[in-house]
Design a protein around this ligand. Structure first.
Ligand code: AMP
Ligand code: MN
Ligand code: MN
Length: 324
């Protein structure tokens, strides 16, 4: 039996499921949870969708998002927890507190840094998104897939492929997307609601952020910086920085685009995107983070300046080929 078949059998057999994704979730994590939740529910099963924190715009506009909770009754028992788009258990944040010892874990993910923490694991780094894997599992388990599940899977795939442009987009991705459209997903409607639906604060923040972009390491790295003061000045929220890191990456000749963002008094988040060959996941792993070959990230202590100095030192080794 393939991992997908084993998971399909467990989903068909069980009755009560807890569905989770990584903290600070993106469209792939949330869309996958909502879609699988909808399918299981339509098959007559009991589902609990748990996020660490309430969803803000735009992900709260995904259909079914209002059914999710941020807390659980500790005594609640499940047949399994399905953990989606999450490379390690500790990326679940506080939601991991609800995973009691005997609870079987079903791990469905596409991060190359996934550590196979599950009782059952479907981990495929070649998949564009977790949602593409969830599509296969729903089909293998013969669960219903209505327009709401189709829309959420479509939004998830669109998110992780940068609207079908990144290198993770395959012929299969398009085939799955075409099936989702056949099932009722509306690409233009989803795009306007989930992607092209920005606050004025986001645009103000982008203006400030673009001013900071500078080239380092002989033009091979472009860095954008967001300080806490800039976030405050713009009145922006963390989710308003989604995809900002693409702007430095877009510069001709740049191999790595980097966003350095202060997230707290003494913590900074570093997002890395590479264009051609640097393995961003391995570079992020040097700092305890992870991700994919072309998109990865980590958090570290210190303000933006400290994080940048540490990062550039290691990035130079990767670019010079003295570390990979
Ligand atoms: P981001 O830069 O936050 O959009 O993340 C890009 C990719 O890197 C995503 O696949 C994340 O799951 C992964 N990633 C980001 N931050 C971390 C982290 N602190 N630890 C592990 N993986 C991360
Ligand atoms: Mn994700
Ligand atoms: Mn993903």
């Amino acid at each position: 039996m393939t991992p997908s078949d084993k998971i399909a059998a467990a989903l068909a057999r069980g009755q009560r499921f807890l569905l989770l994704t990584h903290q600070d979730p993106d469209a792939d994590g949330v869309g996958s949870v909502l879609a699988l939740g909808r399918s299981l529910c339509d098959a007559g099963k009991e589902t609990t969708l748990l996020f660490q924190a309430p969803l803000g715009p735009p992900l709260c506009f995904l259909k079914g998002a209002e059914r999710a909770v941020t807390q659980l009754d500790d005594r609640k028992i499940f047949d399994a927890a399905v953990i989606l788009d999450c490379a390690e258990k500790n990326r679940l944040g506080r939601a991991a507190d609800y995973l009691y010892k005997e609870l079987p874990l079903i791990n469905i993910d596409h991060h190359e840094t996934n550590d196979h923490f599950g009782t059952l694991n479907l981990v495929d780094p070649k998949s564009s998104s977790t949602a593409e894997l969830v599509f296969g599992v729903i089909r293998a388990a013969d669960l219903p897939m209505g327009p709401e599940a189709a829309e959420n899977l479509f939004a998830a795939i669109q998110g992780d492929t940068g609207s079908f442009r990144y290198g993770n987009t395959t012929a299969k991705t398009f085939r799955v997307a075409a099936e989702l459209v056949d099932l009722g997903a509306l690409p233009w409607d989803i795009s306007r609601r989930i992607r092209d639906n920005h606050s004025m604060a986001r645009l103000r923040l982008l203006g400030l952020a673009l001013e900071t972009v500078c080239l380092r390491l002989q033009g091979r790295v472009a860095v954008m910086t967001l300080t806490r003061e800039m976030m405050e000045e713009a009145g922006a929220h963390e989710t308003d920085t989604e995809e900002f890191v693409d702007y430095p990456r877009f510069i001709r000749g740049v191999e790595m685009g980097v966003l350095i963002r202060e997230t707290g008094q003494n913590t900074t988040k570093v997002s890395i995107r590479s264009n051609n060959w640097v393995n961003a996941a391995r570079l992020a792993a040097r700092f305890g983070g992870g991700g994919h070959a072309r998109a990865a990230g980590f958090t570290c202590r210190g303000a933006a300046g400290t994080a940048l100095t540490l990062f550039l030192k290691e990035a130079r080794r990767f670019l010079d080929g003295t570390r990979d």
